[in-house]
Ligand binder design. Structure first.
Ligand code: ADP
Length: 494
């Protein structure tokens, strides 16, 4: 038997899964990752915990799977993106906790870049909207705060995102590498030339000697250190989590789209071999790079997705668990014209209004618990539909279907409503662990055990939700939603 393992180093947990050659899960284990909040808006992770958690997850998942270690043909690594680490090249010791992608501490660095008129250059070269999420300003902050520019310039230090850090620590020979998807989230990598960009590095005074080599997404970077599983195994993929999920949904062709319904929602569309110029707050990013050939994607996110359901549970106390929302929503025919716009922290693409705040409109005397629950679920679908149409407009192409995954995709009402409001089928795959599956598939491809054609056959649909709403109802529902969004815009005066 040939099996593949995936390490999935996420924001809140370190996970590992073992898959057989048909993409079936044989074993899985996860370890929570502690969140460190030194100040409001600041988020860090302890690098040792990332490492030990990940090793423990892998060892346990393999043990639970019952497979022979010699059957594991390759390991793929997927990771929370943009999170930034800096370590000593000689001792391997980290100079600081990992600065998590969510951390807002480098907002002043971004403001400076924007004030200097650099936003357009950044957008053209990296496909990104300048933001503190991305690694570049986090690295500049570390070099400043720790006052280590000279050491960095002498090549004594290594910068890396979580994929780099894991590769350096888990792979024989300590390769200092990152893949093109992770590099594309640093704000230092030119996605058109596929190189670290001198102009971007100069903007943030970052010495090139710090940077990892950028490799293909599916590519053998070396062997997993033998002491981890008892024998060396090729590590054959590195990929940012959303990119791995796009691969794990087999969105290999231009125009294919996946949406991951988690706390927030992440939508990526494969845009083929050319980077699409990004507008309306959508990001242009790498899908992956295989055999030196880049494939690009458009990316957009919904800030509050499944979090709206947590809000119903934790703040409003209307439900006990997320899973009951499906039956509650289906107990009524519609919300009676009520809409919830969960713009708790502003609205992302295509609105990009940081001053928007949540709104509940269209209340009547009949608006009760079921209407609230249904409106909250519908808001996830409406926000995703807005992203979807922004992407479709951008590419001048209507994708034939949407592929769904993530925790909230378990909700059949949400999936059906999404199909209704989009007017195209929504497909949920058998394995909804698409991030880990994608990393395992990439590793199988990278180690030469699978072609893309074979990888495609692994991803099997479980359920297809076909649109049932008629055109007039869809138009009227969307019109109501857009009028509700109007009322939430520019609300906050801070
Ligand atoms: P993340 O990876 O962002 O932590 P998950 O993919 O695990 O998220 O999904 C968890 C989110 O999905 C939570 O916000 C939760 O409220 C929501 N969720 C989970 N199950 C359901 C469900 N059956 N219906 C609606 N929302 C759900």
């Amino acid at each position: 038997m040939t099996v593949f393992a995936a390490l999935d180093q996420g924001t809140t947990s370190s996970r590992a899964l073992v898959f057989d050659g048909n993409g079936r899960i044989l074993g899985a284990f996860q370890k929570e990752l502690r969140q460190i909040y030194p100040k409001p808006g600041w988020v860090e992770h302890n690098p040792d915990e990332i490492l030990t958690g990940q090793i423990e997850a892998l060892q346990t998942a393999v043990r639970l799977s019952g497979v022979n270690i010699s059957d594991i043909a390759a390991v793929g690594i997927t990771n929370q993106r943009e999170t930034t680490l800096l370590w000593d090249k000689n001792t391997g010791e980290c100079l600081h906790n990992a600065i998590c992608w969510q951390c807002r501490r480098t907002a002043p660095y971004v403001e400076r870049l924007v004030a200097e008129g650099q936003a357009e250059t950044i957008r053209q070269k990296t496909g990104l909207v300048p933001d503190a999420y991305f690694s570049g300003t986090k690295l500049a902050y570390l070099l400043d705060t720790l006052d280590v520019y000279e050491r960095a310039g002498r090549g004594e230090l290594c910068f890396g995102t979580v994929d780099s850090f894991l590769a350096w620590n888990l792979v024989e020979g300590r390769p200092h590498v990152t893949d093109a998807t992770n590099a594309s989230r640093t704000m230092l990598f030119n996605i058109n030339t596929q190189q670290w960009d001198d102009e971007l590095l100069n903007m943030l005074s970052i010495p090139k000697a710090l940077l990892p080599e950028v490799v293909d997404t599916a590519h053998v970077i070396g062997d997993l250190r033998a002491e981890i599983l008892g024998r060396p195994i090729p590590v054959a993929a590195l990929a940012g989590d959303q990119h791995a999920a796009l691969f794990g949904q087999a969105c290999f062709d231009k125009g294919m789209v996946k949406n991951t319904y988690g706390t927030g929602c992440f939508m990526l569309m494969n845009t083929g071999g050319e980077a699409v110029d990004c507008r309306s707050g959508l990001l242009s990013t790498m899908a992956w790079r295989l055999a030196g050939k880049p494939t690009y994607a458009l990316e957009g996110s919904v800030f509050v997705g499944g979090a709206a359901i947590q809000w119903l549970r934790d703040e409003l106390g209307l439900i006990q668990s997320a899973s009951e929302t499906e039956t509650i929503a289906e107990s009524i025919r519609d919300t009676g014209g009520m809409y919830i716009v969960p713009a708790f922290t502003g609205l992302g693409a295509p609105y990009w209004d940081m001053y928007a705040r949540g709104a509940i409109v269209g209340l009547t005397r009949g608006s009760g618990r079921a209407q609230f629950v249904r409106a909250a679920l519908e808001s996830i679908a409406y926000q995703s539909a807005d992203l979807f149409s922004a992407m479709a407009d951008h590419c001048g192409q209507q994708p034939p279907r949407l592929q769904a995954d993530g925790g909230a995709s378990a909700n059949a009402f949400l999936m059906q409503f999404q199909a209704d409001i989009l007017g195209i089928p929504v497909v949920r795959p058998k394995v909804t662990e698409t991030t880990a599956l994608g990393a395992a598939m990439l590793a199988a491809v990278g180690a030469g055990h699978m072609t893309l054609e074979q990888a495609k056959t692994i991803v099997k649909p479980d359920l297809t939700f076909t649109p049932q709403m008629d055109e007039a109802d869809r138009a009227s529902a969307l019109d109501g939603w857009h009028r509700a969004v109007e009322r939430s815009l520019k609300w906050s005066v801070d």
